[in-house]
Design a protein around this ligand. Structure first.
Ligand code: CP
Length: 349
């Protein structure tokens, strides 16, 4: 009994809202429901974060918050529908959270977890595989090491496809999960009308070579008035693609690049860390030099986001601190993916 009481007290004292109720409830009351923007996503392929506008992001977040707080209202609207979960590159979170989302909506799943078990091993083209998948399911989630595979499939697909990460190009649904976490953390800062002081973001990573960072920056364009500055923390001398920085600046984002990690950290409200990048033949790890742990000189109110998987750059000593929003970020991904699937398959009404 005493032990049980101690555990309950510990749970109540936990700084993180991992039980998932209070924060999404606050988000539900902060955004007025308007499902019309989501109609533009119906039956659409989702390949890039560029496809989303601000209204869609807010409504997807609101719908995700509804799924997170009111699971008893989910009516299994995808009963009889089949998801083809095609992961030709390793994944823990994206594949399993999409599959969890689909299951929670009542659907069935066919899962490919190894390219060598498919015609890819025999040299079959992505277009031919897509031709087949048209007959087998109702929606595809694809992860692939090549930037172009999702586009090759798109040309012949008659069912929607969602990009679950394509090479070093984009990871749009990870960025949706990032935005959902940010909106839950501080809805008023992002939505106004009484914006607080604009936020300072630090992104540890390389925008031209990390798909999560590229997609997140594209979505942050829609919240530019809430952001004082984004500091890209890297020692890469050329961290942007051609036009990438100009496009982000044109959308109103003030962006600066530095490798002076220690100097920047105490001034940041949000620290987004990523360390894995795809290099064509395999993964490279980046940023051990920019290691975060519980001794890091973070603002007491700062949050740390990380798409995970983590490496030595993100110490487990941060897990039990109030800076840890990376687990809440991963937790929310299930609900934001439910919201996106519901929109694309028009089962949200
Ligand atoms: N964030 C993310 O894409 O994780 P996985 O590689 O495990 O899917």
């Amino acid at each position: 009994m005493i032990e049980a009481q101690r555990l309950v007290t510990q749970l109540d004292e936990r700084p993180l809202d991992l039980r998932g109720f209070d924060r999404p409830r606050m988000l539900l009351t902060s955004i007025v429901e308007d499902l019309k923007p989501l109609l533009e996503l119906v039956k659409r392929p989702i390949v890039s974060a560029r496809q989303f506008n601000r209204d869609q992001l807010l409504q997807l977040a609101r719908l995700a918050a509804r799924f997170e707080t009111q699971p008893q209202l989910i009516t299994r609207p995808l009963t009889g529908k089949i998801l083809i979960s095609a992961f030709y590159e390793p994944s823990t979170r994206t594949r399993l959270s999409f599959e969890s989302a689909w299951h929670r909506l009542g659907g069935d799943i066919m899962s490919i977890t190894d390219a060598t078990s498919t015609g890819i091993a025999k040299g079959e083209s992505y277009a031919d595989i897509a031709q087949m998948l048209n007959s087998y399911g109702d929606l595809i989630v694809l992860r692939d090491a090549n930037d172009h595979s999702v586009y090759e499939m798109l040309d012949v697909l008659r069912i929607p496809i969602i990009n679950g990460g394509n090479g070093c190009d984009e990871h749009p649904t990870q960025a949706l999960a990032d935005i959902y976490a940010l909106l839950k953390w501080n809805p008023h800062a992002f939505m106004g009308p009484d914006f607080g002081p604009p936020l300072r973001f630090g992104i540890i990573g390389i925008p031209s070579r990390m798909r999560t960072v590229r997609s997140l920056l594209l979505l942050l364009r829609h919240f530019a008035p809430a952001i004082a500055e984004i500091v890209i923390i890297t020692d890469d001398l050329d961290p942007f693609d051609e036009h990438q920085l100009e496009d982000l600046n044109a959308a109103g984002l003030a962006i600066r690049v530095t490798d002076d990690f220690e100097r920047e950290l105490p001034r940041l409200d949000v620290v987004y860390q990523n360390a894995i990048l795809w290099s064509g033949d395999g993964y490279e790890s980046f940023g051990e030099k920019f290691r975060l742990d519980s001794e890091a000189p973070l603002k007491s109110s700062a949050i740390v986001l990380h798409p995970l998987a983590r490496g030595p750059e993100l110490s487990t000593s941060l897990d039990q601190t109030s800076h840890n929003w990376y687990f809440a970020q991963a937790h929310g991904a299930v609900f934001v993916r439910m919201a996106l699937l519901s929109a694309v398959l028009k089962v949200f009404m």
